[in-house]
Design a binder for this molecule. Structure first.
Ligand code: PMT
Length: 407
């Protein structure tokens, strides 16, 4: 999938620039050609000679170089690439990208580009958290710029927190995910003739007419999976709790609120070949919803009596005559992630479980990235951190390979 792809790597001036050397080497090992643009500041961290040696190509830095402009202008630099990767993407370069500033070769190339862009941010944790950087990131994301990382941990500046550039292996996984998506968006219709059901988002369990029990699921993961299955040609029904996510192209949305409604809508969608249960279903609901808004009556807080909700994943996994050929669940864990997921797969009777850590520090709930451990009967496969879209693409690809061709 990566053989022969052309990467334009833009190296900005951050301490993580040293990782770009390893990235170039690994990209080349996978058969990709890598052409590099370095900002002036990047020269402070790695030498153009090292970059040129590893990429086996000239390094481009000067906007006004007569030689560069005549041999390879900024327009051609971007036109002759399949993907532009900015690693490290510094706060400064992200700001210039967001503002459309073209004051050096890197920024001008990005502005003059019609190619997909992947950024790997790298900066001090306060710079990353700063509203200006987050606003720039939101602008770039809204324009379709993809992102990998940053990770959290010890930073070169001595502080600890988010801002560390993703490792080369993670950036390569994101590049692979990008090209897999491109392939799927094209002519790959391996799931044509198949029917798929995906659950997504949270459920809301009413307490009274104005209050409910729920969770932080945004629906990003489930919706991305529905989009990826539909892109492969599956006729896809998406049963979703309340979310802000747009309905993916070619997907039939069935909006629900409660777990009971989600179960009913899921059963109504049967028969299907594939069921992926990504919704964060509330395990409990209040046994009797109050007809009127609960009032403070001076007798202390009300006692809520909870009863267990139906388990949609376990119910579908145990259907006799119309069990989907492949039932995939998720396991949202905050400790012993893989161990709990292995037990959960057996308890619920599904074929695969995608385990993810939902501890608040991971940002899995609501965030754009996820780290998955795929639990099958045969064993566990850990995937590197990637965007939720990439998780969806990889899962859809795996499903298509398992079910084997159009139906
Ligand atoms: O929506 P996002 O912000 O993108 O976040 C994605 C996610 C974290 C919600 C998603 O990746 C995820 O982990 N979804 C499953 C959440 C969950 O409820 O996990 P669980 O371990 O409690 O449940 C295990 C499985 O049983 C899940 O497939 C769940 O959908 C299913 N389940 C749970 C309870 C229930 N009553 N019925 C169910 O079907």
């Amino acid at each position: 999938m990566l053989q022969g792809r052309r990467i334009l790597l833009i190296i900005a001036g951050g301490i993580a620039a040293y990782k770009s050397l390893e990235l170039i080497r690994r990209l080349r090992d996978r058969g990709m050609s890598v052409r590099c643009v370095m900002t002036k500041a990047a020269h402070q961290f790695v030498t153009p000679l090292a970059v040129a040696s590893l990429s086996e190509d000239k390094v481009y830095s000067e906007l006004w170089s007569l030689t560069d402009e005549s041999e390879m202008g900024h327009i051609r630099l971007s036109r002759e690439a399949d993907l532009i990767v900015v690693a490290p993407a510094t706060a400064d370069l992200m700001a210039r990208m967001a503002a459309g500033i073209a004051d050096d070769l890197a920024a001008t190339t990005l502005l003059a580009s019609d190619k997909p862009v992947l950024i790997a941010p790298s900066m001090n944790t306060m710079m990353w958290a700063h509203p200006a950087t987050q606003a720039n990131l939101a602008i770039l994301t809204s324009r379709g710029v993809n992102r990998v990382g940053p990770g959290a941990g010890d930073l070169a500046c001595g502080e600890v927190g988010s801002g560390r550039m993703s490792e080369p292996a993670e950036i390569i996984a994101a590049i692979e995910g990008h090209f897999a998506e491109v392939a799927l968006a094209g002519s790959d219709k391996r799931l044509a003739g198949r029917r798929a059901l995906v659950t997504s988002g949270p459920t809301r369990e009413p307490i009274d007419p104005v209050r409910y029990l729920s969770n932080h699921s945004s629906g990003k993961q489930g919706h991305a999976i529905a989009a990826a299955l539909a892109a492969l040609g599956a006729e896809t029904v998406l049963v979703s709790g309340p979310t802000q996510e747009p309905t993916p192209t070619g997907v039939t949305l069935v909006p629900v609120e409660t777990a009971q409604q989600m179960l009913a809508a899921s059963e109504a969608a049967l028969p299907v070949d594939i069921a992926v249960m990504a919704a964060a279903v509330a395990d409990w609901r209040v046994d009797r919803e109050a007809n009127q808004k609960l009032k403070k009556d001076g007798k202390g807080p009300p006692m809520l009596h909870l009863v267990e909700n139906p388990d949609i994943l376990a119910t579908l996994s145990r259907r006799r005559n119309d069990r989907p050929s492949l039932v995939v669940g998720f396991a949202a864990e905050t400790e012993n992630v893989v161990g709990n997921a292995v037990a959960k797969r057996q308890r619920k009777g599904c074929d695969w479980i995608l385990a993810n850590d939902v501890s608040p520090s991971t940002g899995t709930f609501g965030g754009d990235s996820n780290t998955i451990h795929l639990v099958e009967a045969e064993g566990v496969e850990s995937w590197p951190a990637m965007t939720k879209r990439e998780v969806a693409t990889r899962l859809a690809d795996r499903i298509a390979a398992t079910l084997g061709g159009p139906h």
